[in-house]
Structure formats: structure tokens, C-alpha cells
Design a protein around this ligand. Structure first.
Ligand SMILES: *Cc1c(COP(=O)(O)O)cnc(C)c1O
Length: 429
């Protein structure tokens, strides 16, 4: 058995002072009934926990670590900038560099505002969309997660499904949730119906262009195209939440990969290179409603701070200069997720695998997972059992069924094969 004494002791102590012992629920391993590992340090594709166990990291800080942990280019940029001061609360040249870079990499983004998290990005993008259209209602999709702002904690997927509670959080007033309409992923008719029912009232449709918070669920052919069309026809703002997919599925995100142009996009995770960063941007005409230019208020004391900008710029610049990263991680994805699919098929296990490039999910259901309903057919107890088996052998997987796994440029085929060997052992093939 792996020694996890120190992690267990730290977790016990943490629970005295921090709700549930963690600063974000997914870290608590509650969904798999396990004790979380406390991480001491990370390098490239590995994490080292408090007991000095070395783990192959398939979470990558939930996405940001596309180049592997503590990449030298990002580290160097941070080390250089901290000498000059951590925050000024004033305009800096780096913010222009970052904004230019984002606009360059994503043609749909003509103007962009930096914030400090994905949650802030989606919350602010919706406010801009409402300010721009003068409408109140928004459409989101069951199982899509857009952070924890009040109006978006409605059928929100991820940690909220895994914990088995009602998907709506306590503490969210009915008033906050009433303007959030929910449609079914990969079901255009459900979107059309809402547009008919609330004619002229829909400010925005927000979705993950490839869903990754109910596990990975790719959009079916035509789904996003139809949404694009109806938003244009009905004068609603189409928001792609690319907090996970941005700079991951391709340099230009899911929108580039799938060839669909949203009106606004939101970013997080990769854009900060591991620092707390988010961003929202898109059509100039819409972004011009944001203060101080327009009437939509949105602000941030630490937004665009030099350290976060330096880390983000370094990571995005590296990606821009090394487009081969995408070939590498997609190939690793094919090897890992394709390999898992073969294993479960060979074993005759009631499982299915979804993946797009470097993100993927092994579901413990034999159904083709195409929305929240089908995702929920997964057997969570079986996932927990599998998770513990893999963790015991040093494979740091998502501690819940409804999450993606993330690959980085630092993973090797050897890592993947080791992981596949353990999975094959688990499934007895
Ligand atoms: C993680 C995530 C968010 C929230 O980002 P935070 O930085 O955790 O606030 C929003 N949308 C999507 C798609 C995400 O995966």
C-alpha cells in the first residue's frame, strides 16, 4: 500500500480551519470517498505529494498546465517580473501585450478584458451581453459549468453532480436563478423552444463548445452551427465558455477547431499559466459597453497584475511559437483515451470513452454519453473503485466521474503506456 500518512494528517488538520479542508470542493475527493493527496511540488508531468509519492499528473491543475508543471519558460517570466513589484493597481504595458496576443490568436476577439478567474469571466461576459442587448434572460445547458456565480449555478455539472446534492446551490436566491433558462446539450430543439417561449427576451446563450464539466461531451454535428444561426436571427449574444478549451483544443480554441465564431468568449486556466487569470472578450461593439467606456460596470483590483500577465504571456507565447505542442498532446490523447476505449471493449466492461484531443473521460456506463442525462447513467461507485486502484499505482486521475482528464506536452508515450497497463490490470485484460 502507498504511504499516505502525511496527506491524511494534513487533511485532518485542514478540516479544522477550512470548510471541508479544501479551498475548492473538487479537491476533497469526496465523490470518490477517498482522502486527498496534499501536493508539495510539481515538475513537468509529475506531482509529488506530502509523503513523497510521485504521481503521473492527469489533472494539470484542471487544465492550465498544458506545458507540464512549472515549465521553465513560465517560471523564468515570473521570476523576472516579481523583482519589479507584484501589483500596482495601475495600467502596465504587459496588459497591452496580453490583450494583443489574445486578439491575435482568436480572430473573434477584437477587445478583451482581463479578470482573475473563469468565474469572473463568465459572470462579466453575461453582464456585458445583458447590457448590450437590454435583455435579461440567458440560456445555459444542463451539465455545463461556468463557475460559481449565482445565476450560473443552475444545473451546473462537475462538482455539483458528483456530490449528489441538488444541482442548484443553497444560498442562491430564486431571483438570481429565474433568468437562467436551461436547455439540453446536443439537443437544438430544446434551445429553439426556449427562444420561441421567450421571444425577444434572450440576451445570451452560453455554453462550453466542447463540454468538459460533465466529463467530456463533444458537440454533435450541426449543434453549434444551429445555435450560431438562431442567436444571429434572434439578436442574442453567443458566448463560448472556452475556459477549458481555449488554447487547448487548438491555439485558437474550440472555435478555431470547429470553425464557429462566437460573439463573446471567456477564458481562464491556460491563459494564466498557473496564476489566477481569466478573460472575456469578443466583438468590439459589445465590449464597448464595458466601463469606463460604457454603462456596464466591471472592475478588479488585481486584474491584469504584472505577475499573472507575465506567466500568461509566457505560456501563450510558447504555445504560439511551438504549434507542435498541439500535435503532441493530441497524439498522446489518442494513445491514452483510444487505449482506454480498447481496454474496456476487450474487457466487455459497461463503459464508454469520450475525448477531443488532449481531454477525455472514461464513463462507467455503456451508453453513448451525449448530454447530462446520459452522463448521469454512469455508475459512480465503480468509478470510485477504479479511481482508487489507479491512484494507488501512481496515476493521478480526476477524483470524480464528471470531470475531464488533461494531458500536457510533458507527458510521454511511456507514461501513457504505464497508465494503460494499470488500467488493463484493473479491467482484467
Ligand atoms: C473552471 C471553469 C470555469 C470557472 O473557472 P474558475 O477559474 O474556477 O473560476 C468556468 N467555465 C469552465 C468551462 C470551467 O471549466
Amino acid at each position: 500500500m502507498t504511504n499516505t500518512t502525511k496527506s491524511a494528517a494534513l487533511f485532518a488538520e485542514a478540516q479544522n480551519y477550512i470548510p471541508g479542508g479544501v479551498n475548492s470542493p473538487a479537491r476533497a475527493f469526496q465523490a470518490v470517498g477517498d482522502t486527498p493527496r496534499f501536493i508539495k511540488r510539481a515538475k513537468a508531468q509529475y506531482l509529488y505529494d506530502a509523503d513523497d509519492n510521485k504521481l503521473i499528473d492527469y489533472i494539470g491543475s484542471w487544465g492550465p498546465m498544458i506545458l507540464g508543471n512549472n515549465h521553465p519558460a513560465v517560471l523564468k517570466a515570473v521570476q523576472e517580473v516579481i523583482e519589479d513589484g507584484l501589483s500596482f493597481g495601475a495600467a502596465t504595458e504587459r496588459e497591452i501585450q496580453m490583450a494583443k496576443l489574445v486578439c491575435q490568436l482568436l480572430p473573434s476577439v477584437e477587445m478583451v478584458r482581463m479578470v482573475n478567474s473563469g468565474t469572473e469571466a463568465t459572470m462579466s461576459a453575461l453582464r456585458a451581453a445583458r447590457g448590450y442587448t437590454g435583455r435579461n434572460r440567458i440560456i445555459k445547458f444542463e451539465g455545463c459549468y461556468h463557475g460559481h456565480s449565482d445565476g450560473l449555478l443552475v444545473k451546473a455539472g462537475s462538482g455539483l453532480i458528483a456530490e449528489g446534492g441538488t444541482p442548484d446551490s443553497a444560498g442562491v436566491t430564486p431571483g438570481c436563478a429565474q433568468d437562467t433558462l436551461t436547455a439540453r446539450y446536443n439537443d437544438f430543439e430544446s434551445v429553439e423552444k426556449l427562444f420561441q417561449q421567450y421571444k425577444g427576451e434572450i440576451a445570451a446563450v452560453i455554453l462550453e463548445p466542447v463540454a468538459a464539466n460533465m466529463g467530456v461531451v463533444p458537440p454533435e454535428k450541426g449543434f453549434l452551427e444551429q445555435i450560431r444561426t438562431i442567436c444571429t436571427e434572434e439578436g442574442a449574444v453567443l458566448i463560448f465558455d472556452e475556459v477549458i478549451t481555449g488554447f487547448r483544443l487548438s491555439l485558437g480554441g474550440a472555435q478555431e477547431l470547429l470553425g464557429i465564431t462566437p460573439d463573446l468568449s471567456t477564458f481562464g486556466k491556460i491563459i494564466g499559466g498557473g496564476m489566477p487569470v481569466g478573460a472575456y472578450g469578443g466583438k468590439k461593439e459589445i465590449m464597448e459597453v464595458v466601463a469606463p467606456l460604457g454603462p456596464v460596470y466591471q472592475a478588479g483590483t488585481l486584474s491584469g497584475n504584472p505577475v499573472a500577465m507575465a506567466a500568461g504571456i509566457a505560456q501563450l507565447t510558447y504555445l504560439k511559437d511551438h504549434p507542435e505542442v498541439y500535435t503532441v498532446i493530441d497524439k498522446l490523447g489518442e494513445r491514452l483515451y483510444g487505449g482506454l476505449a480498447q481496454i474496456v471493449e476487450k474487457a466487455g466492461a459497461a463503459c464508454s470513452v469520450n475525448y477531443v484531443g488532449s481531454i477525455g473521460t472514461l464513463y462507467f456506463t455503456d451508453q453513448n454519453v451525449r448530454d447530462f442525462q446520459t452522463a448521469k447513467t454512469a455508475d459512480l461507485a465503480r468509478y470510485a473503485d477504479y479511481f482508487k486502484f489507479m491512484m494507488e499505482r501512481g496515476h493521478y486521475f480526476a477524483p470524480a466521474q464528471f470531470e475531464a482528464m488533461f494531458l500536457s506536452n510533458a507527458h510521454t508515450e511511456g507514461d501513457i503506456d504505464r497508465t494503460l497497463d494499470s488500467a488493463a490490470q484493473y479491467f482484467g485484460v
